[in-house]
Design a protein around this ligand. Structure first.
Ligand code: MG
Length: 206
């Protein structure tokens, strides 16, 4: 697998209406962005470690985007052409800490909290993308690109108006409804149909 060494991982929150609702939130009027540290990255087969300070670590299966060329204050066409590829991604989240902290750095930032699969070329029609999450083989989430509140080019335009996106940076586009808690012994898998897959065992970090 080629190295994935993003200078930053930029994520979008509440980008599927049904997921925003399941956690009691409104759909934001513009993309809600946050960062995960590159130190949270793991690849397929590596363990997700549940930190002892959290009692509610959850999976979030997402469509991930790898940036192919620098984007700064990009327009939609430039943003679309800067997509190097698509990866299956798991934005692992300590939900209890996300609720208790006033910002999300801790809840989203533990080591092993960003699992990413192999990169595949983006399909000509992004609308064909489907992301599925399975826990112990059972489907828990199914998200269609067409259900994104803000699609990938729109998200890249928005982020690049704030911070320069560099080649190799990773953007996670938000999770659909169906999030749930992970337990030691689980195996969680996120798959972008036909393109990319990441599977990780879950262990307690003790
Ligand atoms: Mg997420």
């Amino acid at each position: 697998m080629p190295p994935l060494q993003p200078s930053k991982i930029v994520c979008v929150g509440r980008n599927y209406a049904a997921h925003a609702r399941e956690l009691g939130n409104d759909v934001p009027s513009e993309p809600l962005i946050f960062l995960k540290p590159p130190s949270s990255l793991i690849r397929t087969g590596e363990s997700i470690r549940l930190p002892t300070v959290s009692k509610q670590v959850e999976y979030e299966g997402e469509i991930g985007v790898v940036i192919g060329s620098r984007l700064r204050r990009a327009g939609l066409a430039e943003a679309r052409s800067a997509i190097a590829g698509i990866v299956a991604a798991n934005d692992v989240t300590a939900r209890d800490l996300q609720k208790s902290d006033s910002q999300w750095t801790r809840a989203k930032g533990f080591d092993t909290f960003c699992a990413v699969g192999e990169m595949a070329a983006a399909p000509a029609d992004l609308a064909s993308l489907v992301v599925r999450t399975r826990v112990n083989g059972k489907v828990r989430q199914e998200g269609r690109y067409t259900k994104l509140v803000f699609d990938i080019p729109a998200v890249l335009v928005y982020i690049s108006a704030v911070m320069t996106l560099e080649a190799g940076d990773l953007v996670l586009t938000g999770t659909p409804e169906g999030v749930g808690t992970l337990h030691p012994g689980d195996v969680v898998e996120v798959e972008i149909d036909g393109l990319s897959r990441v599977s990780n065992p879950v262990i307690s970090d003790s």
